[in-house]
Design a binder for this molecule. Structure first.
Ligand code: ADP
Ligand code: MG
Length: 309
């Protein structure tokens, strides 16, 4: 199959809408931007064998590649608008491409984002998505705004994706609910939007709660105390952790794609409304204090979060 036929068949499904003047098919895409808004852009690469096990289904890979990018914009409080896709694959496998394209299209429609261009090359399987979103000028949620006394919160539950990955790597069969958290993360875009003007700092949990919260602390030049007992976990993980008190999957596992954010006391009343509006749990796990790093109360064996190098 010729490269251009492949692009037409599998990656030219986005009709031109809204602010997009020119999408797939020319040397570059063109988009308008409305006055009063800023662009937010982020890029993430998924490499087979590093970011997902080699045997992962094409539909799961596509979902995750877009979801992790949506999650970065969610953490900024931005509205995702469009993305480009750089796809490197060892061969043209029509079944694989069909599943990949279908899943990517599905998640794109769910979040109202459009594929406006990309690059297709031959090599070991690797997927890079670069996403672009909008936000009202000056309103972005940054990592640097946490203040002493702010509450520290996370969305939904933490640790299930890492639990599933750990089981896969131990030749164990993960429960479907955990496997789903690993393969089909749901970015908290609506929550990120709702936290604009409410949260003082925000990050998405991709590399482990301990490491990602530490990024907020470093950027904000503050410390924090969190309690492991308060970290929300699924019943399955609560059961596992309860057996030997090992919180390392919860603290250092990663791949959660939930939000971790800080909220000043005066804004905390808004959180139950936001939780209802987004259909997602919001749980306080600790509080921001003067500098002194991250103190984790109740953890026997906090390890190290994921690092590439
Ligand atoms: P060029 O050689 O000018 O860089 P390409 O031949 O790589 O252009 O791509 C032709 C068009 O197809 C461009 O608009 C590009 O953005 C788009 N494109 C290429 N690969 C993909 C892909 N995997 N997904 C979406 N669009 C793609
Ligand atoms: Mg060109």
């Amino acid at each position: 199959m010729h490269e251009f036929d492949l692009i037409r068949e599998y990656f030219t499904w986005s009709s031109i809408q809204g602010s997009i003047v020119l999408g797939v098919g020319d040397d570059a895409a063109i988009c308008n931007i409305e006055p009063g808004y800023q662009l937010a852009t982020s890029i993430d690469t998924l490499i087979s064998g590093v970011h997902f096990p080699d045997a992962t289904a094409a539909a799961d890979i596509a979902h995750k590649a877009l979801a992790v990018n949506l999650s970065d914009l969610a953490a900024m409080g931005a509205i995702p608008k469009y993305y480009t896709l750089a796809l490197t694959m060892p061969e043209v496998n029509k079944f694989w491409l069909h599943d990949f394209s279908k899943s990517l299209k599905q998640l794109s429609e769910q979040f109202g984002v459009q594929l406006i261009g990309g690059d297709t090359t031959k090599g070991s399987l690797s997927i890079t998505i670069s996403i672009i979103g909008w936000m009202e000028s000056g309103k972005a949620l940054r990592r640097s705004g946490a203040q002493v006394g702010d509450g520290i919160y996370v969305s939904n539950t933490i640790g299930d994706a890492a639990f599933a990955l750990w089981q896969l790597n131990s030749n164990d069969s993960p429960d479907n609910s955990c496997l789903n958290r690993l393969n089909r993360p749901m970015p908290q875009v609506e929550m990120g939007r709702s936290l604009v003007s409410i949260a003082s700092a925000c990050i998405d949990i991709s590399d482990g709660l301990e490491q990602d919260l530490s990024h907020i602390l470093t950027s904000s030049k503050v410390g924090a105390i969190i309690e492991v007992d308060k970290i929300p976990m699924s019943p399955l993980l609560t059961d596992y952790v309860g057996r030997d008190g090992d919180y390392s999957l919860v603290l250092n596992g990663g791949d959660d794609y939930e939000l971790c954010f800080t909220v000043p006391e005066k804004n905390q009343v808004a959180l139950s409304r936001i939780s209802k509006h987004c259909g997602a749990k919001i749980t306080q796990i600790g509080v921001i204090c003067e500098s002194g790093g991250l103190e984790i109360v109740g953890a026997k064996n906090a390890g190290k979060s994921y690092q590439h190098f």
